[in-house]
Design a protein around this ligand. Structure first.
Ligand code: NOJ
Length: 564
């Protein structure tokens, strides 16, 4: 047993009051001023892959509506739907050709209205994905912009002359590979695209663009949307002088020279836009989630803004960068986000990164490890954003042949970069054909694990990953310490067991997570510190408390209410 930090805990318990919620403009849901999104559990739906109501192999809005009862029962309070707007699907919806409609492959605006009203009946908020940095090259704004150098919308995008014949305006490279400039032979100028050429960057320095995009958010708020996830906000502005980026040794997966994105990412002007979007969000009691790949807490704080006037939930992705089960590394990340100036957001998987099931799984105890990870990020102080399928232990399943790849990144980067198809496979509902996702062949193949890992099977099994998620989520929603309590690390030198308390006035919950493949004993010296009763709230397998010592099975979870 190593040094523990109970002495500091005692002080905390004696003089403790929960951290006041940050000043927020929306309606408070409790005495401490918390907002709805601080108590909510979010769930990302990749609409192509969730549920296919019309059996064309691609998911749709009616499919999502049909699964609302499942989501409610799971314990979900808000769904973030990845882009479902009209789109040529070059980047599967992240190339929007009309911000105020629904792509026919997903349904109609009327279907959206039904989804919104059915979700609202169940107390589920809807968050849309707002692709702010770029539109599709098929958007009417871009079609007009491209039509001539003097068109009304020319300056809505970023057009420049090349440096010389066949030479783009500067050395910037696209995140999806190659130069980020494409020549339009008709007007003999290049346009800028941070992502695919079919995704031209909007010119946010043009006030007309800003007004039009702000209007889009108002339009959806009126339709009942409760907020937006802002796509790629880092990339909104570019250096007006278009200075070359400094190069860095080595090449990326696409064979381009590496460079520091000094002049086309994270420019300070983005914060002015975020403050503006936030003002509109506040008028609508809405939440803004940001795709903010922050390098450190100082950067994260800038996204919360001064006095929390920018993003309520900037996704820092710090957890996704911890690629092994290391209590020390998780402690460091949790402490860091708890020291930040805003409310923490926790994400362990999404549509762009390898699923947590594979990132942490050891191949033998993957289900136990999936439960362990749920036991971690669903019991921390902050808002968790789940990813569909995580709750049933879905696996990343990469294509094995280039001809099967759908994601543009995988096509350009094959074989060193296989793309993101692996984390976007159809939701596994049951063991029938195509995992109950569709009667037609799905747009991506269903992983073979659907036979064992699917909703129907796991609903019958009290030891399934799904059953565990439901139990933790129920606990989280009904336990005040888990909702609002401060985070207090304990036994913080233990190399195997990550443990912490959530403390809300006199309510204390202990969470102990064994991140190792062998049984562990964690001594919390509870009686010495005046705790007279321990009520187990949740324990995996044989994990249990005996006296002051918690015995944890390999990858075991133990959660208990402590009282004096
Ligand atoms: C981030 C999105 O999450 C990703 O899927 C997309 O390809 C890029 N932004 C471009 O919109």
């Amino acid at each position: 047993m190593r040094r523990n930090s109970f002495w500091s805990l005692i002080c905390l318990l004696l003089c403790f009051s929960p951290l006041a919620a940050q000043t927020q403009a929306g309606k408070a849901v409790d005495a401490e001023g918390h907002q709805w999104w601080q108590h909510a559990v979010f769930y990302e739906i990749y609409p192509r892959s969730f549920a296919d109501s019309n059996n064309d192999g691609v998911g749709d809005l009616k499919g999502i509506t049909s699964k609302l009862d499942y989501l409610k029962d799971l314990g979900i309070d808000a769904i973030w739907i990845s882009p479902c707007f009209p789109s040529p699907q070059v980047d599967f919806g992240y190339d929007v050709s009309d911000y105020e409609d629904i792509d026919p492959m997903y349904g109609t605006l009327a279907d959206f209205d039904v989804l919104a009203s059915e979700a609202s009946k169940r107390g589920i908020h809807i968050i849309l994905d707002f692709v702010v940095n770029h539109s599709s090259d098929q958007h009417k704004w871009f079609l007009d912009s491209k039509s001539s150098r003097t068109s009304e919308h020319r300056d809505w995008y970023i057009w420049r002359d090349g440096k010389g014949p066949g030479q783009p305006p500067n050395n910037w490279i696209s995140i999806f590979g190659g130069s980020s400039w494409k020549l339009d032979p008709a007007t003999n100028q290049y346009y800028y695209h941070m992502f695919y050429a079919g995704q031209p960057d909007l010119n946010w320095r043009n006030p007309a663009v800003r007004d039009a995009m702000f209007e889009v958010t108002r339009w959806w708020y009126k339709r009942g949307v409760a907020g937006f996830r802002l796509d790629a906000v880092d990339t909104l502005f570019e250096d007006p002088g278009l200075r070359d980026n400094p190069t860095v040794p080595g090449k990326n997966a696409f064979g381009d020279e590496n460079q520091e994105s000094k002049y086309n990412q994270k420019l300070p002007e983005v914060h002015d836009v975020l403050r503006g979007l936030r003002k509109v969000a506040d008028e609508n009691n809405a939440v803004l989630i940001g795709e903010t790949w922050t390098a450190d807490i100082a950067e994260l704080n800038r996204y919360y803004g001064e006095g929390n006037n920018e993003l309520q939930l900037p996704m820092d992705f710090l957890f996704t960068k911890v690629d092994k089960l290391s209590p020390a590394e998780f402690r460091e990340q949790i402490a860091a986000v708890n020291s930040a100036s805003g409310w923490p957001t926790f994400v362990i998987s999404n549509h762009d990164i390898v699923r947590s099931y594979d990132r942490y799984g050891d191949g033998q105890h993957n289900d136990q490890i999936a439960k362990l990870m749920a036991g971690l990020y669903l019991t921390l102080r902050g808002t968790p954003i789940m990813y569909y399928g995580e709750e049933i232990g879905m696996k990343t399943t990469l294509p094995t042949r280039k001809q099967d790849v759908k994601d543009p990144i995988g096509l350009t980067g094959w074989p060193s970069e296989k793309g993101r198809d692996g984390e976007r496979t159809p939701m596994q509902w049951d063991e029938s054909q195509n995992a109950g996702f569709s009667k037609a062949a799905p747009w991506l193949p269903v992983p073979p694990t659907y036979k064992t890992h699917n909703v129907a099977e796991e609903e019958k099994d009290p030891n399934s990953v799904l059953a565990f998620y439901k139990t933790v989520l129920k606990l989280r929603h009904t336990n005040q310490a888990l909702l609002d309590g401060n985070y207090v690390p304990v036994n913080d030198n233990d190399p195997n067991v990550l443990s912490y308390l959530r403390v809300y006035h006199d309510q204390v919950v202990l969470v102990a997570l064994n991140m190792s493949g062998s049984g562990q004993k964690a001594d919390f010296q509870l009686s010495k510190h005046g705790f007279t009763s321990v009520k187990s709230l949740l324990a995996t397998g044989k994990s249990a408390i005996k006296g002051d010592v918690v015995n944890l099975e390999p990858y075991g979870v133990f959660i208990a209410q402590l009282s004096k």
